[in-house]
Design a protein around this ligand. Structure first.
Ligand code: DMJ
Length: 459
């Protein structure tokens, strides 16, 4: 595998980006917490969940662990191997080499993108393109890069709208596109994967299309620096003015910051700085229950809701990465409060009343991701303790046979029946990396895509 320079070096070479990286704090001494034992426990749980996938859903997209059946996103016979592709780098990082080898083999033998199906560009990019690229960078197996290049080529027609912003769906065989009503997250969460593909293949078109799309959202921000929840990619008009940091917008902010870090792109440095400023000025809120980020009209700034949930919990990580540790720490404390209300976090909470608005838990990783970033930057053992609480909550409430399942309701703990591919890609990976020795993965030498696939800078 080609060794690539750590991001730390890139930051020195690109002074504009330096401001985005927080200084490492000298934190309190590590608590007497059995990190080694916890890392081993996460690894065991991952192995057992993977085995359940192998036993009951092998070759399919995802496992339904309660009914012990499988889910294929695009219908029977159309599996795109979401779980193997999403899990490959997690298995490698945990040293589960036999399982990683089987995942890689099934990908190389069975994964074909020559399919007459409309796929969701965003999901396919973050899970499959991201997974293939990190898999390639970790194994050096050129066949994974060829698959990524083939997929990238088939996704490219998605950018064919008058504004350059992608349609929601693209047909992998015909290149036809559909659904012009999209959102900042689905439009703006492509540049890490497409950009890395450009660098690895020497084809600039991927980076250019994704950057044009990202900039097209940014250019349409309101006078007060906010973006809305839905936009028509053909007209460029906002069709929903609700502004927040939750689903449909979330990873747009994440990728502005990470584009600056991974590529040292000066436009992304400016766009991310301005965007995070708008969010802090207009959406942050001090409430009796803590420090949160709510919802406002993107034009007027009038507050429209005080909702925060599992998806919003990515933001402490982004704040930390952008250099704002004080806000990151305070927000993570609020997230932890949200988790502890019912021993597992709800999809949405009203932080003014502290009542659950949407009661499901989709095995989401964001809160673990933020604990991991904060631990890496501060070395404060409180984040390890948080991680242990998250792991115990998962084991207590989400276990389904030897795997894990979503919950329909965190207040009753009624179970759903799905182990989404991001559970092994993200949730277990971030928990493992939180407890594992730092040399397992040099945090500063990679940028994680929004599906937790670690991407290395390519020169
Ligand atoms: C993942 O697919 C990604 O993290 C995405 O950005 C948001 N949703 C899920 C996890 O919750």
């Amino acid at each position: 595998m080609r060794r690539l320079p750590p991001i730390a070096i890139a930051l020195v070479l690109v002074p504009a980006v330096v401001a985005l990286g927080p200084k490492k704090e000298s934190g309190p001494a590590e608590a007497a917490l059995d990190r080694k034992g916890l890392a081993a426990r996460v690894r065991e749980e991952t192995l057992s969940a993977w085995r359940a996938y192998e036993a009951d859903a092998w070759g399919h997209d995802e496992l339904k662990p309660v009914s012990k059946t499988a889910k294929d996103w695009y219908g029977a016979g159309q599996s795109l191997l979401m779980t193997p592709v999403d899990s490959l780098d997690t298995l490698l990082l945990m040293g589960l080499n036999e399982q990683a080898e089987r995942a890689k083999s099934v990908i190389l033998e069975k994964l074909s993108f020559d399919r007459d199906i409309f796929v969701k560009n965003f999901e396919i990019t973050i899970r499959l393109l991201g997974g293939l690229l990190s898999g390639y960078q970790m194994t050096g197996d050129e066949r994974l890069l060829r698959l990524a290049d083939d997929l990238g080529t088939r996704l490219l027609p998605v950018f064919g709208s008058p504004t350059g912003m992608p349609y929601v769906y693209v047909n992998l065989k015909t290149g036809k596109t559909k659904d012009p009503k999209s959102n900042p997250a689905e439009i703006g969460t492509l540049i890490l994967e497409f950009g890395t593909l450009s660098k690895l293949t020497g084809k600039p078109v991927y980076f250019e299309k994704a950057k044009k799309a990202l900039a097209a959202v940014y250019e349409r921000h309101s006078k007060i620096g906010l973006v809305g929840e839905e936009i028509d990619v053909e007209t460029g008009q906002w069709t929903n003015r609700a502004s927040h940091i939750g689903g449909a917008i979330d990873s747009y902010y994440e990728y502005l910051v990470k584009c600056a870090v991974l590529f040292g792109d000066a436009d992304c440095v400016n766009m991310s700085r301005e965007s995070i400023k708008g969010v802090n000025e207009r959406l942050a809120e001090e409430a009796p229950s803590g420090f949160w980020y709510g919802q406002a009209d993107m034009e007027t700034g009038v507050r429209t809701a005080s909702e925060f949930g599992a998806l919003h919990a990515f933001f402490p990580a982004v704040l930390a990465l952008s250099g704002d540790l004080p806000r990151a720490k305070r927000l993570q404390d609020s997230c932890f409060k949200m988790w502890n209300l019912h021993g597992i976090e709800p999809e949405v909470l009203d932080y003014r009343t502290m009542k659950v608005v949407s009661p499901g838990y989709q095995l989401r990783p964001e809160i673990m991701e933020s604990a991991y970033y904060l631990y890496r930057y501060t070395k404060d053992p409180r984040y390890l303790e948080m991680g242990r609480t998250f792991l115990e909550g998962l084991e207590k409430h989400c276990r389904a046979g030897s795997a894990f399942t979503t919950l329909k309701d965190v207040t009753t703990k009624e179970k759903g029946d799905l182990m989404p591919s991001y559970f092994l890609a993200e949730t277990m990976k971030y928990l493992y990396l939180l407890f594992a020795p730092e040399q397992t993965l040099d945090f500063r030498s990679v940028v994680f895509n929004t599906e937790a696939h670690p991407l290395r800078r390519v020169r």
